[in-house]
Design a protein around this ligand. Structure first.
Ligand SMILES: NC(=O)c1ccc[n+]([C@@H]2O[C@H](COP(=O)([O-])OP(=O)(O)OC[C@H]3O[C@@H](n4cnc5c(N)ncnc54)[C@H](O)[C@@H]3O)[C@@H](O)[C@H]2O)c1
Ligand SMILES: [Zn+2]
Length: 359
């Protein structure tokens, strides 16, 4: 078991839920409400109830997927809490991926001006990314995470026993953020990750722990995203736009992490061009990513659309497109302006890599 202590809550990492059971047994909550989607109901709830049986608990099961991360689903959650007569001595438990964590935390924080909640993230992405930072919220009018707030859970329990039912795409989805954390802040972790492609399976707790420590350090240093926290956006300026493009155009769209990997390659290419990032690092990244991620070609005609999405990104300032580039592994350069021409050459570089990747 490992623990990360943040200033107002603790993240526990373990294979099972033993520590959670102990923690709950010394709390004074009178009732428990567990938010699940149909997949975590099927795959994670049986494990939870066996390892951590609770008296006085009710389930709230919603439909899975980002399209349900909205106000209508929140209304359903609040309606059920009211029907159960939930009061402020209750504990709300989010058992699921990032959708459950973001929306459940938001719903709990608004219900009767806020009831306590804990997160038990069950995807690798939600374990390494959503566990720190206190971002809660829902999508609204086509805008992702437009309505929300910052609030920390009472506790986060990361249990690797939930990984067994995640398919390889879901595992790799979360790994993209693990790679990102290493690339922006921890050369040693990057060296380990690139040397052993089975690291997650062999050393899961250690890998998740190191990755979370990086995020913790960055978020604690810059809680309001004024400076170094922007480094977490590496790969995201271009990657987010590619994710949106794929969502709008593909029947089986890229997952967030898959798009971020493309963004990281593109932004690492621009790092070589603009920040003297060593080309060998870029080659290493391509080599590592080619083993895990789909060879997704970006059609030339798509680049203008991707550029448009980059301009719409809510993180933009003063109409400039700013990205996080790298001058070394572990040494990000914040707020570097990039142009449409540069995006085009990065996409050409990426498409050329993909041709080799496929062969
Ligand atoms: N708050 C933050 O800081 C933060 C950070 C990153 C992402 N997010 C949010 O997280 C969401 C994406 O997270 P996600 O990828 O976990 O999405 P998700 O919650 O939709 O989970 C992905 C899929 O996996 C299923 N699933 C979850 N756990 C499972 C398990 N153990 N076995 C089998 N299936 C399982 C879910 O039902 C879903 O179909 C987005 O809404 C994003 O905005 C938030
Ligand atoms: Zn991300």
């Amino acid at each position: 078991m490992k623990e990360i202590k943040l200033h107002d809550y603790t993240i526990v990492l373990d294979e099972h839920l033993t520590n959670l059971k102990m923690w709950l047994s010394v709390q004074s909550y009178t009732r428990f409400y567990i938010l699940l989607d149909e997949n975590t109901h099927q795959h994670c709830w049986p494990i939870f109830k066996k390892e951590c049986p609770l008296d006085h608990c009710e389930l709230i099961v919603i439909e899975s997927g980002e399209i349900h991360k909205n106000l209508d689903t929140c209304a359903l959650i609040w309606q059920q809490l009211l029907q159960f007569r939930a009061d402020r001595n209750a504990l709300f438990i989010n058992l699921g991926g990032g959708v459950i964590g973001d929306m459940g935390g938001f719903a709990a924080s608004c219900y009767k001006r806020g009831i306590d909640f804990i997160n038990i993230p069950t995807t690798v992405l939600s374990q390494v990314d959503a566990s720190i930072g206190g971002k809660l919220g829902i999508d609204f009018k086509n805008g992702k995470n437009l309505i929300g707030l910052f609030k920390n859970p009472k506790r986060v329990h990361i249990a690797t026993c939930f990984h067994g039912t995640l398919d390889h795409r879901q595992i790799n989805n979360g790994l993209a953020e693990i790679y990102k954390h290493a690339l922006i802040a921890d050369e040693l972790q990057w060296i380990k990750l690139k040397a052993n492609s089975n690291f997650l399976e062999e050393d899961t707790l250690e890998v998740l722990y190191n990755s979370l420590l990086i995020k913790q350090q960055i978020v604690e240093e810059d809680p309001f995203e004024k400076g170094i926290r922007k480094a977490l956006n590496f790969g995201h300026t271009i990657g987010h736009a590619i994710e949106t493009f794929s969502l709008e155009n593909d029947s089986n769209p890229l997952l967030h992490g898959e798009a971020i990997v493309i963004g990281m390659i593109a932004e690492a290419y621009l790092s070589v061009e603009k920040c003297k990032f060593h080309p060998q690092h870029l080659k290493d990244m391509v080599e590592v990513f080619s083993k895990r991620y789909p060879a997704y070609i970006i059609p030339e005609a798509a680049v203008d659309k991707i550029w448009e999405f980059m301009q719409l990104d809510k993180k933009n300032q003063s109409n400039k497109i700013l990205a996080v580039l790298l001058k070394e592994i572990g040494q990000p350069v914040l707020d570097v302006e990039i142009t449409l021409e540069e995006l085009k050459s990065a996409m050409t570089y990426y498409n050329n890599c993909i041709t080799e990747w496929k062969s």
